[in-house]
Design a protein around this ligand. Structure first.
Ligand code: BDR
Ligand code: CA
Length: 312
């Protein structure tokens, strides 16, 4: 069993990733850490607590983290047009979770866990890289004590989703991503190269509706909203991308994707239209050794069935 911390900006696909992880016997959920991204950190924390409540997993602690980027004073923007005003496509219905988050910061929780179980903790980061950057900054040995970090973010072969160049998680905090990529952490990058190929077709929603549980209706309602947003920007797509769940999938079964070791950098040029772009540097440059295992191909059908069989 793998011990994992799920770092989330919950979010609709984050919700699916939490449910997928919570229902996976291969994973022990040490805790959820939250931050800004799709919504504010207060909202992503509330949503994470609520999702765990819906899952009947109230023993899993939640720790709130960054409310703004690593090296910027202000958030560059949320993604409420994609995830809804509440971040859950309206499925929250003004519910208030019974619990509140723990008093430690997300970065401190990560550090404590990694220090108490050296070489055993996997971090799955599916929001901006800010909490990871703060953990490394506070404890430089962190990078040698983590088992692995699986990041949903960026792309090296396809265009971005928040600009022609950039993917949302990286664009939300480019300086944090750059810092994390250069840190020496053992990283697997699950980017748009593969997540835009792992679509949840709208036709599959009925399977969740048929289960007719509170959880299945909640996740289906949220997914419905997400699919409508996808359809608005990608007419004819017929579903939504399973970005964050694929990062969880890669920890359960790394054979879902073919990876390649690459040297990946992040564009942080202020005012540049390509802010937040991730790109692979040619391996002819011997000063730039590979720093990331990048997912380049995915067995999308096999992943989708695995995800559908256990998420709700
Ligand atoms: C990523 O951005 C967020 O909106 C999603 O939750 C996912 O983590 C996709 O680019
Ligand atoms: Ca996310």
């Amino acid at each position: 069993m793998k011990s994992i911390i799920l770092d989330v900006d919950t979010g609709i696909d984050d919700t699916m990733a939490i449910a997928y992880a919570a229902h996976s016997p291969e994973l022990q959920l040490l805790g959820l850490t939250t931050l800004f991204g799709n919504v504010s950190v207060e909202e992503s924390t509330r949503n994470s607590l609520y999702v765990l409540e819906m899952l009947g997993r109230e023993e899993v602690e939640v720790y709130a983290g960054a409310g703004k980027p690593f090296a910027r004073d202000n958030v560059l923007g949320y993604a409420k047009h994609v995830h809804g005003e509440d971040g859950l496509g309206g499925a929250l219905q003004d519910a208030i979770p019974k619990r509140t988050a723990g008093s430690m910061t997300a970065a401190q929780f990560m550090i404590n866990q990694v220090r108490s179980k050296p070489g055993e903790v996997t971090i799955i980061a599916v929001g901006p890289m800010t909490n990871l950057a703060l953990a490394i900054q506070a404890d430089p040995e962190f990078v040698t004590l983590v088992d692995q970090v699986v990041i949903m973010g960026g792309s090296v072969t396809v265009k971005g989703n928040v600009s022609p160049y950039a993917e949302a998680n990286i664009r939300s905090d480019p300086e944090a991503a750059k810092y994390v990529f250069q840190s020496g952490l053992p990283i697997t990058l699950v980017g748009l190269d593969v997540t835009m190929k792992t679509l949840l077709p709208r036709t599959r929603l009925q399977e969740w509706r048929n289960k007719d549980t509170k959880l299945s209706q909640f996740v289906a309602d949220a997914a419905d909203f997400y699919m409508n947003a996808y359809e608005t920007w990608n007419p004819g797509i017929g579903g939504c991308a399973l970005h964050d769940p694929l990062a969880v999938g890669m920890v359960i079964d790394p054979s879902f994707c073919r990876t390649e070791a690459m040297h990946v950098e992040v564009d942080v040029g202020e005012g540049s239209p390509s802010l937040g772009r991730t790109y692979a540097v040619e391996q002819t440059d011997s000063t730039k050794s590979p720093n990331i295992n990048v997912c380049l191909e995915v067995d999308a059908e096999r992943f989708l069935e695995h995800f559908m069989n256990r998420t709700v």
